[in-house]
Design a protein around this ligand. Structure first.
Ligand code: EPS
Length: 382
């Protein structure tokens, strides 16, 4: 299975094409739209989110609510395009003078992109923009619906925003609070502190990053492979996660903490129960060993840097005059960590669904489900 996206932040639409889905998967457009709505929310979002009402239109590959096995094409409208028609026009009438960016923002693709492609900064930032993550969520949500039909659950939480850390628990009531929380944390005190910190950052022209965790539950062991570098599941998840705008680091399970402990306090002892098969005494590995899922929940943590557009801009150099100036200020978000969490949940779903379709028979959902159930029975009978 593979996908491509296209579209500029202020162009008419975002497009996505998914190829390689089995036939017979239930796809609910409302579920995609719900994930798009979640991505738009969060306390630190900027002015653009008041303009957009993201909704995905399925153009092909689904009939009567079921995938047909043909490419599934999606589009999301950019309502803001109406304000950018002249600037973004395809023809010779395009306006290259309005909203021209000549002071590249440190931390953004602006400078390096314009040097590499020998073009003006707007041509770079329009595509580098995190607006593209709207389509990544829609595409990932299709994969997430496939996984959900097999009983796989994906969930996420925000662990830290700026200097504020959330208290963590793992019970049903806590997870319901995480889902209901604007910050995606199940800790009211941290939530209030995060909101205070946000207002300070807004006042000071600052932006804020944070740390998120995504989890995948009910996956069998054996997704991915130890046999070749580009089939290792952790490597593939890392590539997908790090490709999301502003994500700078990833950990699985214990993560960097593993480098500080002796081996006996890192690896998870193996247990066996007749009729149920093998399991682990803990999950410090984060559900992946040897490039393969090991049957425990997959635990992925990622860090998002603060968004590079600062209302209190950093020093930069004007591309034309070479004079020292302040960086351009494009409208932006003060903090998009809860939105990035939604992106990561759906990006993880994509990579896991890909690995599922490689392990099991994948032309039709009925074959996939049968193969999956046979494998679960085989594992239990060990
Ligand atoms: C975003 C849309 C963008 C930004 C943001 C995320 O829209 P605009 O540029 O019109 O404000 O709000 O992207 C960035 C901050 C960035 O640096 O890429 C979205 O849809 O999520």
């Amino acid at each position: 299975m593979r996908f491509l996206t296209a579209g500029e932040s202020h162009g008419p639409k975002l497009l996505g094409i998914i190829e390689g889905l089995p036939s017979g998967v239930h796809i609910c457009q409302e579920t995609i739209d719900e994930s798009l709505r979640r991505r738009q929310q969060g306390p630190g979002r900027g002015g653009r989110m008041a303009i957009e009402q993201d909704a995905a239109i399925i153009l092909s590959g689904v009939r009567g609510g079921l995938t047909t096995g043909a490419p599934l094409a999606l589009e999301i409208e950019n309502r803001d395009w109406a304000n950018w028609r002249e600037i973004m026009a395809v023809g010779a009438e395009a306006d290259f003078t309005s909203r021209r960016v000549s002071a590249p923002r440190p931390g953004h693709a602006d400078l390096t992109g314009s040097l590499k492609y020998r073009t003006e900064v707007r041509n770079i930032l329009e595509r580098a923009s995190a607006r593209e993550t709207a389509m990544r969520v829609a595409v990932g949500n299709v994969a997430r619906q496939l996984l959900a039909a097999l009983g796989v659950e994906i969930r996420g939480r925000v662990l830290q925003v700026g200097r504020v850390k959330a208290q963590l628990r793992d019970d049903a009531e806590y997870w319901a609070r995480v889902r209901a929380s604007a910050w995606s944390v199940g800790d009211a005190e941290a939530e209030a502190e995060m909101s205070r910190q946000l207002e300070d950052a807004r006042r000071e022209g600052e932006s804020l990053g944070g740390i998120m965790e995504v989890q995948a539950l009910n996956l069998p062991p054996g997704l991915g492979s130890h046999a070749q570098w580009d089939r290792k599941l952790d490597g593939r998840i890392a590539q997908a996660v790090l490709s999301v705008q502003a994500i700078k680091g990833i950990e699985f399970g214990l993560g960097f903490e593993a480098g500080k402990r002796p081996g006996s306090l890192v690896h998870d002892p193996i247990l066996y129960e007749k009729g149920k098969g093998f399991r682990r005494a803990g999950n410090r590995a984060g559900g992946i060993e040897g490039g393969m899922s090991n049957g425990e929940p997959i635990l992925v943590r990622a860090v998002m840097k603060p968004i590079p557009t600062l209302y209190k801009p950093l020093p930069t150099v004007d591309l034309e005059t070479k004079a020292a100036v302040e960086a351009s200020v494009e409208r932006s978000d003060v903090c998009a960590v809860p939105a990035a969490l939604v992106v990561l949940e759906n990006v993880l779903a994509w990579t896991l669904a890909e690995a599922v379709l490689e392990k099991f028979s994948s032309d039709s959902f009925s074959e996939l489900e049968k193969d999956w159930q046979d494998y679960i029975r085989y594992l239990a009978a060990q």
